[in-house]
Every structure is written in C-alpha cells, then in structure tokens.
Design a binder for this molecule. Structure first.
Ligand SMILES: N=CN[C@@H](CCC(=O)O)C(=O)O
Ligand SMILES: [Zn+2]
Length: 431
C-alpha cells in the first residue's frame, strides 16, 4: 500500500461545506454547512482526499497506515481552500494616484473617460516585459495563497490587442505550470474599447483576429484558456457586441463568465442566462427579470464586495438573489482599482455590507466559487476524491476567519494544496 501524503488529525472542527456531491449550494444549503466536530482528514499519495470524518473513525481505519506528514490539529479548524472567482492579477503600473482622485469624488467612469483606469494599466502592461509581469503575478498569487486561496480565476484584459493579450495568457500559463495554486484562466480581450477604435472595430478585432489566434494556440496545446469575459457596460461593450463575443468564445469551448450590470442596468443577466453563461460578475444593477433568469439558468452570480466598497456603489441585491435561488459566489476582484488579495476580508465585507450570513459567505467563497469556474467536481468542499486543498486555522471555531477583520494573517497556520503544505505561518514558507 502506498504511503499517504498527509494526515490532519483531531481538529476542533472540519468544515466539509457539503458531503453529498453537491455541485453548488443555494440559500438553504448555504446556511446548513456540514461541519464535523473533532475530525480528521487523510490525503492520499495522489493529492486527493481519501477519507474525512470523526477523529475516532479515522484513527480506527488508518491505525496501520503510514503518512509522509502528520499534523496534530487539536487547537485548529480545517476548512477547504478558498476559491477566488474573479481577479485581474497580471498588470504593470499601480493606480495609487487614482485612489486619491476617487476619494476626492471622481467616479470610476470619470477616471476611465479621462484616459485613466483600465487605459492607464493597458499602457503600462503593453510596455512591460513578460518576465516582469510574471514576477509581479507570482508575488500576488503567493499573497493570495497566504490568505487561504487555493483556486483563483485570473483574467487577461490589459492588452486589448492580440500581442499583449497573448503575452498575459502566456504569463498565466507559466504561473499555472510553476506554482501550486490552481488557476482558471480567462481571456478578457474585450475589457475596454482601446483608444482610437470604435466598439464595432474593437469587436471585429476580437472576433476576427484575437479569438482565431487563441483557438490555434489552444489546439496546438500551447495555451490553456478556460473562460471568456467581456465588460458589458455603457460606454464600454454594449449588449449586442458582448453577445457576439461571448457566443464566439462559447463556440470555441470556453465557459462564459463576464462582467455585467455593474454601473448601469444593461440586461446583461438576462442575456447571459440566455447564452448559458456559467457566471456573471458584479450585478450591482441587476433587475428583477435578470434575477429570475439567472436562477432558472443556474448561472452563478459572482459578487465583488471590494468594488462596491471602494467605488461607493450601491450594494448588489444579495438577499434578493439568494431568496430567488440564484447561486451566489464571491471574488476579490483584485485589480489596480481594488487592491485586495484576501478572501477572508471579502467574506467579511460580504457579511457586513451585503448582509450575507457567515455560512453563506463561506459557501460562496468555496463550493459556489468553484462552480462558477466549472471546478466544483474537484474543488470547493472536503469530500472524498476531491483535491486535498485546505487551510488550518489557529482557532476553535471556523467563523473567526470572517469575524476577525484582517486577522487571517495570524489565524491561518497552514495552507495545503494537494496534500502538500505550501504555506506554514511559523516558517513563512511560500512555495
Ligand atoms: N469593471 C471592470 N473591470 C474591473 C476593473 C478593472 C480595472 O479598473 O482595472 C472590475 O471588475 O472591477
Ligand atoms: Zn473584474
């Protein structure tokens, strides 16, 4: 019998999230998370969960087994690795100066129209060497990992032309190959209309130049891309151009996962549901009809508490979404506008500002975020045969992770990916 990779034993709580192979949870399930008091978990040599249950049961079942590593978690809680369903982590040039402008009253679109915002980042990212983009991406991903994220969605979208979009996706590919954190990569070439182009010209460029080239790279096995994204917004991509780009991506086998109904009601939710989108992000301006359509289509709503907080936007209608049966997920929206790498902070904001319960927030940052990325069969809960991705908290109840605002830096003792410890807070070991 091969040696098991890891035994975590005697934890105060093991938060499974669910234990029946659920692919997502809606309100009722989100409020009834599956938690084992005094539990243990075994990760096999393949990095997958082999057993999880009461400490006594695991002790009896594995009395003769050997383990590469044993962690006695008597004063700790075990949770699934967190899943961040929306980030923009590949870019050069920060926008700290714009934060001051926004604090002084400028809106997101004021800054964008004045040539700042995404355009500022595009200019710097186009000029940056791939090696520099990779170095900054790595340090951002390590920071996310230390805050408990083990699966993260990462977008391109600061190139807005073929060369830089491919450069960004290649940087993501390199990070995927060389770092333990799991990455779901998203082509977001329609993140803004590039300077000097009309919406029609930008849409044509995506459809006739960028997507066909990506398709070639993907078929040749040179690039893996999971999702397609568009920023559907007034003054950016309208509903028709968004629809044509998303449909073309879907035809290439990409999951539809896009920005919609953020600053204006665009009917993005209705359109996304009709196209079979896996997820739509933001939704601060979603309508009643949009909520009904998303619930019916099982399109996940990826809510981004940092954006509404930083831009002082109206909060999305989270309770209405949950009450209507929409699958609600969370993302950090890490980008030069919203500089936050921490899903524990995101969950805290979701509870206070969006009125989610702590259980809802955790489900939204685990199983439902994994669902939004098409990965909930392998990630997002601690169930047998899923990836052994978990975090260990120095706390007697898991809720401390959300309750202690910014406290995750002290609370998270270990982060584990596929049974390997990738972060040990005592040794500041970052792999
Ligand atoms: N809203 C569009 N995109 C990003 C912001 C990107 C940026 O400002 O650089 C978002 O999700 O918040
Ligand atoms: Zn975004």
């Amino acid at each position: 019998m091969s040696r098991n990779r890891l035994l975590v034993k005697n934890a105060k709580q093991v938060v499974l999230i669910c234990n029946n192979g659920e692919k997502y949870l809606t309100r009722h399930g989100m409020n009834g998370l599956c938690v084992i008091e005094n539990g243990s978990i075994v990760i096999g040599s393949d990095g997958l969960i082999k057993a999880v249950g009461p400490a006594e049961t695991i002790r009896a079942q594995y009395s003769d087994a050997s383990f590469e590593r044993v962690i006695d978690a008597a004063d700790m809680c075990v949770l699934p690795g967190l899943v961040d369903a929306h980030t923009h982590p590949v870019w050069a040039g920060d926008r700290v100066h714009e934060f001051a402008m926004k604090l002084a009253g400028a809106s997101y679109m004021d800054v964008h129209r004045a040539g700042g915002g995404i355009h500022f980042t595009v200019e710097h990212t186009r000029a940056a060497a791939a090696s520099d983009l990779l170095a900054s991406l790595r340090s951002r991903l390590v920071r996310m990992q230390r805050a408990g994220t083990t699966l993260v969605e990462c977008k391109s979208g600061y190139g807005l032309e073929l060369h830089t979009e491919v450069k960004m996706l290649e940087v993501l590919e390199e990070a995927r190959r060389s770092l333990p954190i799991n990455i779901s990569s998203t082509y977001c070439g329609a993140h803004a209309v590039p300077r000097g182009k009309t919406v029609t010209e930008a849409t044509e460029d995506v459809l006739r130049v960028q997507l066909p080239h990506l398709k070639e790279l993907m078929s040749a096995g040179k690039l893996r891309v999971d999702n397609i994204d568009v920023f559907c917004e007034q003054g950016v991509f309208d509903l028709d151009s968004t629809r044509s780009i998303l449909q073309a991506g879907k035809d290439m086998g990409l999951n539809i996962n896009f920005h919609g109904d953020e600053l204006h009601p665009m009917k993005s939710a209705e359109m996304g549901a009709e196209l079979g989108a896996l997820a739509i992000s933001h939704l601060e301006e979603i309508t009643d009809a949009g909520i009904v359509a998303m619930a019916k289509a099982k399109t996940a709503a990826v809510l981004l508490p940092t954006t509404a907080y930083i831009l002082r936007l109206p909060q999305p209608r989270t309770r209405d979404l949950l009450d209507s049966g929409v699958i609600v997920a969370l993302g950090s929206d890490f980008n030069p506008n919203a500089y936050c790498c921490s899903m524990p902070i995101v969950m805290h904001l979701a509870c206070v500002n969006m009125r989610m319960t702590m259980s809802e927030a955790l489900a939204a940052a685990t199983i439902n975020a994994a669902f939004a990325l098409g990965r909930s069969h392998t990630h997002g809960s601690l169930e047998v045969n899923k990836h052994g991705d978990l975090l260990l908290l120095s706390a007697t109840r898991w809720e401390h992770l959300i309750y202690q605002l910014g406290g995750h830096q002290e609370l998270i003792r270990y982060v584990v990916i596929k049974g390997n410890v990738v972060y040990d807070n005592d040794k500041t070991l970052d792999l």
